[in-house]
Design a protein around this ligand. Structure first.
Ligand code: BGP
Length: 470
């Protein structure tokens, strides 16, 4: 069919050279967890001591087998319309001891993946960290340790040197707030610490690591752009009542602006600093940190959008002896009538993606960005198999289309959006949810040798990309 137009009436035409593709990560797709020199990350370690923390006890050792099947998978990317694809390098594969020796087998693997993508006209977008601290680095204190920050910067430099001749789009971190929330506040992920002050230190050290990696990239004078991928969850107040509005502003400071402001404007929001200072919760800031953050702004922002956050003013006073949590300053609000993805428990609210775009246009100097994750996880998708043997996931097509209408409107109104990447290319392993919810354009059959079959959404996505709109 070549470049034939499939749809006669394109009502939502996207700009030329728009990025269509998907996002994934090394730890969630590669498998081959402990071969060819790779050493455990916190995920392998946590699974070895507490397999019950993972849905159906399925751990990260095999994930989706991309390590051995990447050539076939890249063909499937072509068949699903990709002109770009994001994955991550695993630090624990490239430099298994965290610092020191580089694993030549890992270099060979990532070289092959990058070359295969380019040979198929798919632009590789490479992320350096997707929740996957090498266990040996966690033993040194993880992001609480400056030694680990140094090791990460060294790892990043190695990546730029090894692959920067071909990779033009780099990202320092995916959703860096998640390890803070999940590992240091809410007891969702290893190391299962609940301590705001330590979480704040992890956040600050991550931002310093990010800024230093950006600086290292710029120093090498490579052709290419560098950025970070943030999950933005805008806060909406229950009402226009000033106390509710204030609650939403505060939750935005903690969950969005805490990372967005330093990486784009070079400084923490003054109101956030004030709140932490008043409570004696500011992290330790070393000499030169604030300058490094100021001097190393990103070129490009990745925006992961799944759901908004709804809040209201606190209704009950917080007990005086309670250890601080952001939720001491606002209450969650469940909006009546909200649309929910029942499998994930996340609200679906499409127009929020437009609000993010307008916020970036108006308050962040219209920074170039792309939607770097957006997608719908569904449990038990096998039941949607049709007679031809592929999954008819019309709900996913609707989900993407409804979000894209708002992306299109944001672009029409001047937001600097360069692309859209769905989460994700093929069903993959997802942290403690393991394989519970499937997000892929391509089905992975866990019961049948990890066989891949393109879903209806994958077929639709190809037409979307070929038409550059719908
Ligand atoms: C994002 C992460 C991804 C992926 C996705 C879906 O926050 O960047 O790695 O996990 O969420 O998550 P889940 O499978 O938990 O629904």
């Amino acid at each position: 069919m070549g470049k034939a137009r499939f749809e006669q009436n394109i009502q939502h035409q996207f700009p030329d050279n728009f990025w269509w593709g998907s996002a994934a990560s090394g730890p969630q797709t590669e498998g081959a967890a402990l071969i060819d020199g790779r050493k455990p990350s916190i995920w392998d370690y946590w699974y070895s001591i507490e397999p019950g923390c993972f849905h159906n006890g399925v751990g990260p050792e095999n994930t989706s087998g991309f390590y051995h099947r990447f050539k076939q998978d890249i063909q499937l990317m072509k068949e699903t319309g990709h002109n770009s694809f994001r994955t991550s390098i695993q630090w624990s594969r490239l430099i298994p001891d965290g610092t020191g020796e580089i694993n030549v087998k890992a270099v060979a693997f990532y070289n092959q993946v990058i070359d295969e993508l380019l040979a198929n006209d798919i632009e590789p977008f490479i992320n350096l960290y997707h929740f996957d601290m090498p266990m040996c680095m966690q033993e040194k204190g993880g992001w609480e340790s400056r030694e680990v920050v140094d090791a990460y910067v060294n790892y990043a430099q190695n990546c730029f040197r090894l692959f920067g001749d071909r990779v033009k789009y780099w990202f320092t971190f995916n959703e860096p707030i998640v390890p803070v929330e999940a590992g240091y506040l809410y007891n969702w992920h290893y190391p299962n610490i609940v301590d705001f002050r330590r979480g704040a230190q992890v956040a600050h050290n991550t931002i310093v690591a990010h800024a230093r990696a950006v600086g290292a990239f710029k120093k090498l004078n490579l052709e290419g752009k560098i950025g970070i991928i943030l999950n933005l969850t805008p806060s909406y107040p229950k009402s226009e009542n000033s106390e509710d509005v204030k609650a939403a502003q505060i939750s935005d400071l903690f969950f969005n602006r805490s990372f967005l402001d330093p990486v784009t404007k070079g400084e923490y929001p003054a109101d956030l600093v004030k709140i932490l200072k008043e409570r004696d919760l500011l992290p330790t800031v070393e000499a030169g940190d604030l300058e490094v953050i100021k001097d190393n702004l990103i070129d490009l922002l990745g925006v992961n959008y799944y759901q908004p956050r709804r809040v209201k003013a606190k209704s009950e006073p917080v007990p005086e002896d309670a250890a601080f949590m952001p939720e001491h300053l606002f209450d969650p609000y469940i909006m009546p009538g909200r649309k929910i993805n029942p499998h994930r428990g996340w609200e679906i609210c499409e127009e929020v993606i437009y609000d993010i775009m307008i916020d970036l246009r108006d308050h962040y100097d219209n920074i170039p960005f792309f939607i770097s994750e957006n997608g719908m996880g569904v449990e038990g998708e096998e039941k949607f198999h049709n007679q031809e043997g592929f999954i008819e996931d019309d709900y996913r097509i609707d989900f993407v289309r409804e979000h894209l209408k708002w992306v299109h409107k944001g672009i029409q109104e001047g937001a600097n959006c360069l692309g859209y990447h769905i989460w994700t290319f093929m069903d993959n392993w997802s942290w403690t949810n393991s394989y519970k919810n499937r997000y892929g354009l391509v089905e992975v059959d866990l019961k049948n040798d990890l066989n891949r079959t393109i879903k209806k959404s994958g077929r639709w996505y190809k037409r979307l990309a070929e038409n550059n709109g719908f």
